[in-house]
Design a protein around this ligand. Structure first.
Ligand code: G3I
Length: 388
């Protein structure tokens, strides 16, 4: 029977129990979900991403904070192809197993991220020779590898993980297929084959397509179009992930554009997941992508202005931006299954190293000392505001 979506939307406890390994007992810790996720418990699940650093065990305080504030987790990197399946015959489950163990113990809804992506996938997946990366393998061989990977990963975790980002970022902002080794070798078929393989591995899973800049209309239309084609061919995609890497400085995307995206995807019959929310406070530096901040050919200070902390004015703007986003999510709570932040505290955010390495960003709800920020209070207080 297909996963009853309402089961995880309305009754997390029931889903968690349904996913327990056979014979296991519920060992949820008393500390779980007493913080922010409690505020939104009648609206949507509230989650965060767990870094490899945390999963490696070097930061026990982070586990505690996550268990207290969130009820949903995504592995930031630990379940990606290059981490979990670094070579044809080699699987490395260590960090992913820890992710699942923590998720189980803290009674978290767990998201499997991500099965098929053009990034963080070893080149050996696509090329004939390990040394010479000039000849791509055949469509049949890549399909075999795709199916083996997707089915092995889902099979290992299907008792604990019911929600999967099956394909990540296959479409450009202009609404075309992204050029990638997947596309070069298999053409558009790779999307369908990935969802087919996932559905076969776990017929009751909640399967999602995940991408960024989902507010761009051409991208939206194209994604809805290709997911409709899949549906006609009998391959159901249950949900769509709007990553939501938001920029404070550029004031983008606008709340209106994001709202239109939520409405359009929901109208297309897809559950909406906000999958990777963060709010970048730094100036645009894409021109210097990949460079270290100390190696810029210009004065770096204007591109890294908050090394010593956020000025009160920007802290306030950040809080207002988070508040506006959550007001929007609450308004569309009937369409949104989950809102996940892309990390917990500012020190661990990928935004400190993208596009320029070594900057100091402040995109999340907790600062580098794991203290809640004004943005946290702004969201938390929405509960008070909504009280009768
Ligand atoms: O752990 C190594 C470290 O040992 C090494 O010294 C260092 C040197 O470069 O690299 C470290 O690994 C980095 C890893 O993040 C952990 O910090 C990788 O280089 C870096 O590529 C990797 O970046 C990840 C990125 O995906 C890769 O594209 C980010 O953490 C992760 O947040 C980001 O997540 C993606 C989502 O999966 C999909 N949507 C976009 C999102 C942001 O790019």
């Amino acid at each position: 029977m297909p996963l009853n979506r309402r089961k995880f939307i309305l009754n997390h406890a029931a889903l968690a129990t349904a996913l327990l390994p056979l014979g296991a007992t519920v060992r949820a810790k008393a500390v779980y979900a007493s913080g922010l996720s409690e505020v939104f418990k009648d609206d949507f699940f509230l989650g965060t991403a767990i870094s490899n650093k945390t999963l490696s065990g070097s930061d026990p305080a982070m586990f505690k904070l996550i268990a207290q504030e969130f009820n949903t987790i995504t592995a930031e990197n630990a379940m990606k192809w290059q981490s979990i399946h670094p070579d044809h015959e080699r699987w490395d489950w260590r960090l992913a197993d820890r992710f699942v163990k923590f998720g189980h113990e803290a009674n978290m809804l767990m998201i499997g991220h991500t099965l098929i992506w053009h990034k963080q996938t070893p080149p050996t997946v696509f090329f004939k020779s390990r040394k010479k990366q000039d000849a791509l393998i055949s469509r049949d061989l890549l399909l075999k590898r795709l199916r083996l990977h997707v089915q092995t990963v889902i099979d290992r975790y299907k008792r604990q993980i019911a929600l999967w980002d099956v394909v990540n970022e296959a479409v450009t902002d202009k609404g075309r297929w992204r050029e990638s080794h997947w596309y070069d070798i298999m053409g558009e078929e790779f999307l369908e084959q990935a969802f087919r393989a996932a559905r076969e591995a776990d017929p009751s899973a909640h399967l999602m397509y995940n991408d960024f800049n989902m507010e761009k209309r051409q991208k939206q239309r194209f994604i809805i179009h290709i997911l409709n084609i899949l549906r006609k061919r009998g391959v159901t995609v249950d949900g769509v992930g709007l990553q939501c890497h938001v920029s404070l400085a550029a004031n983008a995307p606008s709340i209106d554009a994001l709202e239109a995206a939520i409405i359009n995807f929901a109208k297309a019959g897809l559950r909406v997941h906000i999958t990777e929310l963060d709010v970048d406070v730094l100036p645009n530096a894409w021109k210097y992508k990949g460079l270290h901040i100390d190696d810029l050919p210009i004065d770096s200070d204007p591109l890294d202005p908050y090394k010593n902390g956020l000025p009160a004015r920007i802290e306030q703007q950040l809080a207002e931006r988070y508040q506006a986003l959550f007001e929007l999510f609450i308004k569309h709570r009937d369409k949104i299954a989950r809102v996940s932040l892309w990390g917990t505290s500012d020190d661990e955010s990928w935004k400190n190293d993208r596009p320029v390495i070594g900057r100091t960003n402040h995109p999340l709800l907790f600062d580098t000392q794991k203290r809640s920020k004004k943005a946290y209070d702004a969201i938390y207080n929405l509960k008070v505001k909504r009280a009768p």
